[in-house]
Design a protein around this ligand. Structure first.
Ligand SMILES: Cc1cc2nc3c(=O)[nH]c(=O)nc-3n(C[C@H](O)[C@H](O)[C@H](O)COP(=O)(O)OP(=O)(O)OC[C@H]3O[C@@H](n4cnc5c(N)ncnc54)[C@H](O)[C@@H]3O)c2cc1C
Length: 261
């Protein structure tokens, strides 16, 4: 896109608070909504040409915007689309665009009896952010089902594909929020789910909830949402307690010896 046309797509002085779940913070000096891959490259070119920092905003559920705002370009990812790209026996491969609402994607999969992400129900945000901190809850993490991530590499200025083992997934971490923080803009994610697979009931809260009964994927999703709602961990505009940017704490991982101490 020519720079002049590009400038018409860019808004200035845009309030960011309404685009976050915690609803606080200042404005973006420049702001652009992104609807396709080409616009990502355009946005990066614009930021480079103007010497601006660039910040990627998904659903705004894991960010805290400073009161003074962001003195650069905020790109708000809205790319949509979910498609089944391959099947191999019971394995179903789905590609979901970065701007797809995560929980809508989970619901879509559960309705189609696809197992693998049912315990990740009720988590706010977009698909594109899930690899960043290897989103996890109630016994599942996205790294268990992610096959590959398509991303724009800002260093190499090209679209790249990163296989699961290249993403450096760990507990709430990946290359995207550690060694290569700010290098990649995730465009879409390919997941491999299991058709008619069983839900994963391994987390204490879920084991207690079902008390020995054998739920299906739908019941598991409903249970996760119910448990989360009790903890005000489901975003609900009517519930001021749910106005948050998620958990600040990680579960500590200690050795058996340390635990006994
Ligand atoms: C009520 C509540 C409950 C939550 N529960 C959980 C939970 O159970 N488990 C869990 O893991 N998290 C949880 N979270 C945190 C949050 O929902 C996740 O981290 C989510 O994946 C963030 O998605 P987002 O689209 O809102 O990202 P944003 O908040 O918009 O962005 C988060 C970070 O990722 C970067 N980013 C976003 N999209 C992209 C992209 N496409 N490419 C590159 N970088 C990108 C941003 O620059 C930013 O640094 C919760 C949050 C809330 C508010």
């Amino acid at each position: 896109m020519p720079l002049e046309t590009m400038k018409m797509k860019i808004q200035t002085d845009v309030p960011l608070a309404p685009l976050t779940t915690i609803k606080i913070g200042g404005r973006a000096r420049f702001f652009m909504t992104i609807d396709n891959h080409t616009e990502v490259a355009d946005a990066i070119n614009f930021a480079d040409a103007e010497g601006l920092d660039l910040f990627v905003l998904g659903g705004g559920s894991n960010v805290l915007i400073a009161d003074e705002g962001f003195d650069g370009l905020v790109v708000h990812l809205r790319m949509r689309g979910v498609s089944v790209i391959a099947k191999d026996g019971e394995k179903v491969f789905l590609r979901a665009a970065a701007g797809v609402d995560w929980d809508a994607f989970v619901a879509f999969c559960v309705e189609r009896h696809l197992a693998g992400i049912e315990c990740l129900s009720g988590i706010p945000g977009k698909v594109g952010a899930t690899p960043v901190q290897n989103v996890g809850a109630y016994g599942q993490e996205v790294s268990e089902t992610i096959v590959k991530v398509t991303a724009f590499d800002k260093w190499e200025k090209k679209v790249v594909e990163l296989k699961n083992d290249e993403c450096g997934f760990g507990y709430r971490s990946s290359i995207f929020n550690t060694v290569y923080r700010d290098r990649f803009i995730i465009l879409d994610v390919v997941f491999c789910l299991v058709e008619n697979g069983l839900p994963k009931i391994s987390y204490k809260d879920l084991i207690e909830f079902f008390d020995g009964s054998k739920p299906d994927l739908k019941k598991t999703r409903e249970a996760v949402i119910e448990i989360r709602r009790r903890k005000a961990m489901v975003i609900d505009e009517r519930d001021p307690n749910s106005r948050s940017c998620g958990s600040f704490f990680k579960n500590p991982i200690v050795t058996a010896n340390k635990l006994e101490e």
